[in-house]
Design a protein. Structure first.
Lengths: 289, 365
């Protein structure tokens, strides 16, 4: 088994006619993702990369029996697009779009919660299950190899860096989830840990965190109390100064909270070894597996 | 929202005039985009217009948090019965707005949390419904108010919530909110941060403020315009990477090998050659930079484009310090070939690259 996305996931691309949607739907198709439809109001009947386009999410879902969505719609309209996917009961809903207003994020997240739908992101590279050849996102598929380690991260390229290191060391991935770089995201680290903990196809968990907020501390406490599977972690931003947003909207040390030191301490306390540098993740995994 | 009577002054003479208009003892406050002004000496009381002018003169010469004070606010010194803290911000864990109130205002919320956490009242707002009047009253009651103060304070919170909603505020603090001896609630200070991602909805507001949304130096402004994330630090190694997490991890790796970063520069995803060259150009404008580390993990960014950008920057003479490159991922072979032909060396792991750049700076020192 794998987490959230498997071989039966049938994907809609919202915003498929835009440059991002067109580019990445092609890359997803090449990887093997089962994209069954695209959505762009007013363009029903057209095709993008051979994928039929529909006027609404409901029309696309009904015509193609879709059950998940990836959103490339520009930020001012991404909230509406996500609510449309949630209204159509698609699950998961992956919001790639960056710079979504925080109020929209809150609305999406709580609308999804009420229906038990998982929102991944916003501002995420997406989710990939290598063994099912399904990626719902923008990550380079070739750096992820199939296996039994669950990977979750708040960043994009740093995830690829760590995944590539694992692949080179012969360690495969069950599912990798980009949680998103914004302060408010749908799937939280605790929920992701819980999914991997329950997944029979996952033997160990890698958590890639960064400065800002206390989601890592919470995940560490959860692991300490509830998780028997081995876990290892990496935290980016050990040298980040307080009060500065380090690229991601959520990556900011406010006052004394959100520091890398506090997160590392929490993981260490929970018995989760923390890698000093990305390449050490593979070594730590070999120790615990 | 009611504020104490008074006005802004840019010169001591203006401050004197404002104080005379108020006709009562006043407080003179530095107007800068920084907190903790009182602690920095930027808030002073005056009984006469002459005294207000004197304080204004001193404060207008100050720098607070490195920002020059260009104006002061002169307003009525209130007959304070109680100082109250009122704020609304985003709770990242609940993914909801949270109303924060305390009957013990005046100090920072961090200090308040340490000194009397039991006096801080928090209430989460359902994003779909917004703050309800009964919730606002409950907050006022929990803060210890009674009688007609309950409805007045509840009304204040409802108004503050409307502002948050209408202006896409991600953080606002009214601290202190003053309850005067004659029963008025007056906002004596306010801080309001608008969500960067929602600024596109508030162009008119930004224009009316007649200033850039953020106070930035020239390099920061240029990087922002290019859509790059750029932060200046105290060290001497500029780290130019793609992706925020990777850039942070690169800074950390430099530190791990004994170096110090001068620059966090995240090019963002899918950069072409021109953008890479621009990033290098911006990084080189910062006087502290003694070496550049380019670390690219190609996903939607293509290594051949990155290589072309680096070659162009070299050719144009933009780079006058040692340069270390690590580049892997999409089109890495094409990219490495471009560098090879231009005689530019590169490395394959970020650890090797970080170690190398640190040693180059040490040799140069």
């Amino acid at each position: 088994m794998v987490v959230l996305v498997d071989k039966d996931t049938r994907v809609i691309i919202q915003g498929i006619t835009g440059s991002q949607g067109t580019f990445h739907s092609e890359s997803m198709l090449m990887y093997g993702t089962k994209i069954v439809a695209g959505v762009r109001a007013g363009k029903q009947g057209e095709e993008v990369n051979g994928i039929p386009v529909y006027d609404s999410v409901k029309a696309a879902r009904d015509a193609q029996n879709a059950n998940a969505s990836v959103i490339f719609v520009p930020a001012p309209f991404a909230g509406d697009a996500a609510l449309e996917a949630i209204a159509a009961d698609l699950n998961p809903v992956v919001v790639i779009t960056e710079h979504v207003p925080v109020f929209d994020e809150m609305r999406i997240i709580h609308a999804a919660k009420r229906k038990d739908i998982t929102v991944i992101g916003p501002n995420t590279p997406g989710i990939i299950t290598p063994s099912a050849k399904q990626k719902l996102g923008i990550m380079p598929g070739h750096v992820f190899s199939g296996g039994r380690v669950g990977l979750m991260s708040r960043s994009g390229t740093l995830t690829y860096e760590i995944a590539a290191g694992m692949t080179n060391a012969g360690i495969g991935i069950s599912t990798a989830i980009g949680l998103g770089g914004d302060p408010c995201v749908g799937l939280t680290p605790i929920e992701a840990v819980d999914l991997f903990n329950k997944d029979s196809g996952t033997d160990a968990i890698v958590l890639v965190g960064e400065i800002g907020g206390d989601a890592e501390e919470r995940a560490a406490a959860y692991i300490k109390d509830h998780v028997k599977k081995p876990a290892v972690a990496f935290i980016a931003g050990r040298t980040a100064p307080p009060g500065k947003r380090m690229g991601h909207a959520g990556a900011i040390i406010s006052g004394s909270s959100g520091t890398a030191a506090a997160k590392i301490e929490a993981f260490t306390d929970a018995g989760v070894p923390v890698a000093e540098k990305p390449s050490d993740i593979a070594k730590l995994l070999k120790d615990v597996l | 929202m009611q504020t104490p009577p008074g006005g802004v002054a840019k010169t001591p003479e203006e401050a004197k005039k404002r104080a005379a208009e108020v006709g009562k003892p006043v407080v003179v406050k530095a107007q800068v985009l920084a907190g903790k002004r009182g602690k920095a000496g930027g808030v002073k009381f005056a009984d006469t217009p002459e005294e207000a002018a004197k304080h204004a003169e001193e404060i207008l010469k100050m720098k607070i948090n490195n920002l020059p004070v260009k104006a002061v606010l002169v307003e009525e010194k209130l007959d304070i019965q109680q100082e109250i803290y009122a704020g609304i911000t985003v709770d990242r864990n609940e993914r909801k707005y949270v109303i924060i109130g305390s009957g013990a205002g005046g100090m920072s919320i961090e200090e308040l949390a340490e000194e009397s956490p039991e006096k801080i009242i928090k209430h989460h707002v359902e994003p779909d419904f917004g703050l309800q009047p009964f919730e606002a009253r409950e907050i006022a009651i929990a803060m210890g108010f009674s009688g007609k103060n309950i409805s007045t304070l509840a009304g204040f919170f409802l108004k503050l919530w409307e502002i948050v909603k209408a202006q896409d505020v991600e953080l606002t603090e009214i601290n202190p909110l003053i309850l005067t001896a004659d029963g008025r609630f007056l906002a004596a200070d306010a801080r309001l941060n608008i969500d960067d991602n929602a600024l596109y909805k508030h162009k008119k507001l930004i224009e009316s403020l007649k200033r850039e949304p953020m106070e930035q130096n020239e390099r920061e402004r240029e990087a922002t315009q290019e859509g790059m994330a750029y932060v200046e630090l105290d060290g001497d190694i500029a780290c130019i990477c793609n992706g925020a997490g990777l850039t942070m991890a690169t800074l950390d790796a430099v530190s791990l090998y004994g170096g110090k970063a001068s620059t966090f520069l995240d090019l963002g995803g899918g950069s072409d050659a021109e953008r890479v060259e621009k990033g290098i150009e911006i990084a080189m404008k910062y006087g502290k930079v003694k070496a550049i580390l380019v670390n690219i993990m190609g996903g939607i960014t293509r290594c051949d484009e990155v290589a072309k950008g680096i070659v162009a920057a070299k050719r144009d003479g933009d780079i006058t310090v040692p340069l270390v490159i690590r580049m892997v991922g999409t089109n890495e072979e094409e990219g490495q070939e471009i560098l090879r032909q231009a005689g530019i060396p590169f490395l394959k792991t970020m650890e090797d690259a970080a170690q190398k750049v640190v040693s180059l700076v040490e040799e140069g020192a």
